[in-house]
Design a protein. Sequence first.
Length: 319
Amino acid sequence: MEEKLIILAGILILFGLFLLERHKRYAMETTIDQLIRELDCFLLTGNANLEESLEEGKAANLRNQLAAAEKQMQHRLRYRENQEKRLNQFMENMAHQMKTSLTALQIRVDLAQIKSSGSEAQAELAECQNCMARLTREVARILECSQLADQKINMKLERCDIRQLILNTVTLLEPLWKKKNVEIALNLPELPKLYLDSYWFSQAVENVVKNAIEHTPAGSSVSITASDRAHSLALEIRDEGPGIPEEELPCLFERFYRGNYGKAGYGIGLSMANDILKAHHGAIQAGNQAEGGARFLLEVPILDGKRPYETVREIVRES
């Protein structure tokens, strides 16, 4: 009888230990699932929700490490956002000051042209006017770049014919690609009409195509291919140049980054294209082709009407 009781007690103890182990495992899995949900929330919204735990054990240690990592990452995000705001403010102030000085200089040159009678002086003053016009355009471009990055420009959405928009952009750049003896190869099937800001989206396409023309050698070609991907419209631009150095790819869309690939200009064309695509809830990617040359992919969602764009814009501003 005693042996039976001992065996029964042993079985009960083993069963109890089994249940205890299952409970611990279930509690551990529940804790890890909660950590994953909170970490996903942080990665999606940037809001740190993890609090450090005073408990002991591997799960508590993992929670504390993730909480510390969240706080550090959030600090870096705030620091970067503050840097971006200071840079935008500086650029806008600088651009406005330069515009004021250019306006005053423009008035003085106009007066000098009126008072001047010599043909040589008139020619020099006309050249001054051209230089000031170019400088005014560059200052306006820098100001636009800052306002786009700071989301201060509202996109005026209208139903656009993407195919015609691309054709207009290619025509606008015709003097550039003809002068360099570069062929533009178009593959533009029938495409759905989208609600876009035609001016700004054209600017994004122009910046990327112009960049491709500048980096492809004379006598080669730049290809532009558009495709309807059911939920999004993709525009692929390829050149036959040397390609983009791998170490420069992560920084390619940063403002003022030039590197070896973008050493011409100020380094704002691709960053503006990136900001414009973001304003349309799209994205731009860059890479290299296996056969050589750079490849840019511009993608925007196909949404029905204006309201989806406005809803997303409101959510972004509230967050």
